[in-house]
Write a protein that binds this ligand. Structure first.
Ligand code: FAD
Length: 461
């Protein structure tokens, strides 16, 4: 048996983080009869959605001693998924029509998300379980249980023992900075999207934005409002790609990826074009990091794969005492947190059993071998992409909860399709009225709503 493996049912659980994943985990553990303490180092629930105009002192986030700013949200951010597929299933993320301070758009501003999460926390009395301004600094197995050391705002440390710890600390805070040949001697400024807030500092500059998915598409257009020129480097595009995009500011180009950065200040793209740039903005993603976790070498992060982790949730030898909710990125996030946390709660209460550790390891080894055979790099282990719905159905079946509604998966697929084909206007122009109707009819049939939003399609439209 592993150092912290816990075959008996758990009575008290610690949850690290009061973002979306921590909130739903706290509710699910509580529903299964656990006493729950949620540790949250910030002052409010909401996690990365709590906007901070402050950014970190090191714009690339390379200095390990820098004070951390958790949020990666920029001022102009609106959700990149339509709200009806984003929310938890028994508490849909629908417009608050009675409250004019709220944003009722289908793709609302980032401020609407923490407001929704705070409504959720209030509705299910989760705030009562949260210890705010309390950071977990160490988690380690001791005699089949888990010792959690936390530090409060007065810098006072406390050690407590829990039957189980669920890690819900998020993974959009530690920048992944893509390597560019020659960048060491390139003289310009560099910043990661984690530290991007507003376009003002880029006024009249020539800016290169690396990455062209959700954040890259948004930030390039935000910066283009004030910059002289913005050039997007897109890894997914063919080497010859060079196109001026049709945007109102008329100063945005898309290129293939960067070939090299030069000491004269130029950035050369694989299409042969070169620009003299003032700033490079990296929209190149994030790394997993759990600085508080001490498992005596049992767990590690190798090339951004958190291992070993059965179905992205349980480390076999120390399960179910230690688990992770929210690791896989992209796609349906909150409903994934909900399904994963129902599984964790069911296992901890003893209602559902995990396979033996060696069986979980066999499964993991086979899944790693499959990724390798498919040519999928290690660092994409937790990027589920198209297989997310199969994964969620598998977990839902194991813990006996409702499968993901087909309309929800289709909303995500069509939403991401629009993001790619129409990055300028995908949040305000859509072609999925049929799915909106299906979603709201589903909410109504479950008596979760008593009204319809203004954008609900009238029949026959
Ligand atoms: P977080 O929200 O990051 O919460 C983690 C919490 O843990 C934080 O409150 C943090 O303070 C706390 N914490 C961390 N370490 C400790 C510690 N040691 N001790 C105590 N507390 C700790 N998803 C969507 O569904 N729709 C979108 O439109 C969308 N847009 C996004 C845009 C951006 C720019 C980014 C970066 C992500 C976006 N996402 C979106 C994905 C997003 O990850 C999820 O929506 C979700 O909010 C993440 O929740 P979480 O609880 O896993 O992490």
């Amino acid at each position: 048996m592993g150092p912290g493996q816990n075959p008996i049912s758990s009575k008290n659980g610690a949850v690290i983080g009061a973002g979306a994943s921590g909130l739903i985990t706290a509710r699910e553990l509580h529903r299964e009869g656990q006493t729950v303490v949620v540790f949250e180092r910030e002052k409010k629930v909401g996690g990365l959605w709590i906007y901070s105009p402050k950014s970190e002192s090191d714009p690339l986030g390379l200095d390990p001693t820098r004070p951390i700013v958790h949020s990666s949200v920029y001022e102009s951010l609106r959700t990149n998924l339509p709200r009806e597929c984003m929310g938890f299933r028994d508490f849909p993320f629908v417009p608050c029509v009675d409250d004019f301070s709220r944003d009722s758009r289908r793709y609302p501003s980032h401020r609407e998300v923490p407001a929704y999460l705070q409504d959720f926390a209030r509705e299910f009395k989760i705030e009562e379980m949260v210890r705010f301004e309390t950071e977990v600094v160490r988690v380690e197995p001791v005699d089949g249980k888990w010792r959690v050391r936390s530090k409060n705002s007065d810098d006072l440390s406390e050690d407590e023992i829990f039957d189980a710890v669920v890690v819900c600390s998020g993974h959009y805070t530690e920048p992944y900075v893509a390597h560019i040949p020659g960048i060491k001697s390139w003289p310009g400024k560099q910043i990661h999207s984690h530290n991007y807030r507003v376009p003002g500092p880029f006024k009249n500059e020539v800016v290169v934005v690396i990455g062209n998915f959700a954040s890259g598409a948004d930030i390039s257009r935000d910066v283009a409002k004030v910059a002289k020129e913005v050039h997007i480097a897109s890894r997914g595009s063919e080497a010859s790609t060079y196109e001026k995009l049709s945007v109102p500011t008329d100063n945005l180009w898309i290129h293939s990826e960067i070939e090299t950065a030069c000491d004269d200040g130029s950035i050369v793209f694989k299409n042969g074009k070169a620009v003299h740039a003032d700033t490079v903005v990296y929209c190149t993603g994030y790394k997993y990091k759990f600085p508080f976790l001490e498992t005596n070498g049992y767990m590690s992060i190798d090339d951004n794969r958190v291992e070993p982790l059965y179905k992205h949730v349980f480390p076999p030898a120390v399960a179910p005492g230690l688990s992770f909710v929210g690791l896989p990125g992209m796609g349906i996030q909150l409903v994934m947190f909900e399904i994963q946390s129902k599984w964790v709660a069911a296992v901890l209460s003893g209602r559902v059993t995990l396979p033996a550790p060696e069986k979980m390891m066999e499964d993991l080894i086979a899944s790693y071998a499959m990724l390798e055979a498919l040519g999928i790099p290690k660092r994409h282990t937790h990027k589920l992409g198209k297989i997310q719905s199969n994964y969620l159905d598998w977990v839902a079946e194991v813990c006996g909860c409702q499968l993901v509604e087909p309309w929800r998966t289709q909303l995500v697929d069509r939403g991401y399709g629009r993001l790619v084909s129409n990055p300028e206007n995908y949040r305000d122009e859509w072609d999925d009225d049929d799915l909106i109707k299906e979603a709201y009819e589903d909410f109504a049939s479950k008596k979760l709503i008593s009204f319809l939003p203004s954008y609900f399609p009238k029949s026959g439209r």
